[in-house]
Design a protein around this ligand. Sequence first.
Ligand code: HAM
Length: 424
Amino acid sequence: MATTLQAVRGMNDILPLQSPAWQHVEDTVRSVLGAYGFQEIRMPIVEKTELFKRSIGEVTDIVEKEMYTFDDRNGDSLTLRPEGTAGCVRACIQHGLTYNQVQRLWYTGPMFRHERPQKGRYRQFHQIGVEVFGLDGPDIDAELLMLTARLWKQLGLSQVSLQLNSLGTRSDRVRFRGALVDYLQQHRDQLDDDSKRRLQSNPLRILDSKNSQTQALLKAAPKLSEYIDAESKAHFEQLLSLLDAAGITYSVNPNLVRGLDYYGRTVFEWVTDQLGAQGTVCAGGRYDVLIEQLGGRATAAVGFAMGLERLIALLESEQVNLPDNAPHVYIVAVGEQAQHRGLLLSEQLRDSVPALRIVTHCGGGSFKSQFKKADRSGAHFALVLGDEELEQGRVGLKSLRQQKDQEMVEFAALPNRLIEIINN
Ligand code: HAM
């Protein structure tokens, strides 16, 4: 017997039973984004490797060790996108979308990172990302956070909290980095291995080390907030007061630095304690220098992305009810004539009752076996058609979920009866 093949480690199938949760999240996000005037953009999944090196940063975990990079048949180095911001910026520069205009954009799709798979962390995962170009004030940062807060509410999620920080400008961070490295060098022997390595490559990332000894050491370290310029400080303070006015609760986390190099000023994460170690469901911030860095005209930018696998796991953990998308009706038809009629009847019903979800039994079989399948389909009602019903010009309507007698309905009265069922 041939061996069966498995999906690649860390890459998951989304099975039919899981789809309603995915669709619920996607539909809700789409409708909330529509309410704020965002437009969808779709980018390729593969980009030139150089794009990610120049945007995410050469010495980040993503670029150093997590990218799916390969040479295509022309010998060009290409990479499966590890995130969406770089491609979105590339597309907007290429098509002139950031030129003298504001863009409020969103995208969704799979992203790829060769991380160690665990609960909530996969090698193929899905994001919905949002990017705004051309606005530099704290009002748009606040709007994005209001949008996400509204989204959690609409999804029925309550176990998320907002952490914020300001990273200041690049030169603020260079000065801070020097002071931080000086301090940590003096206590190098107390650092965990990962932090020792980062001391050379990306010292700011040491701030979000999970190691408790490192965290203790950081208590007396120089603080980023002390190195931030007055303008960035004012920007951040205005953002906080807008959030206060909107009734959005948050905590300022001075150690929040993010793992991608393009950020400056506002950064934020929505986190939950319901999902174990991978508790960040949505993250982002400002990246006002990236567009220029990638060859566009200097344009302010801010955005975020949420991890759909994590949001869906949170929906499950908070036991949020999903909208019912089971078929309203399953047509059970026994006998050649009845089966034929059933197939046509369901078409007519779809014409006259557009909201109807109706499954027609195909493949024949006895009443008993068809009822079993009707039940398994999750349908609320069975429409029963046999020779007798055909002769009488009526169908049987039987609830599959409640103990009730079968009701007989004239063909002509069927659409109205089904509309009642749908609206019930
Ligand atoms: P990120 O923090 O790398 O930011 O990812 C955003 C979110 O994607 C995370 O908070 C998490 O929910 C989800 N995520 C990331 N990696 C994985 C993984 N391996 N498995 C499952 N979920 C994951 C960005 O990607 C930025 N592009 C966000 C952004 C947009 N900033 C500005 N605009």
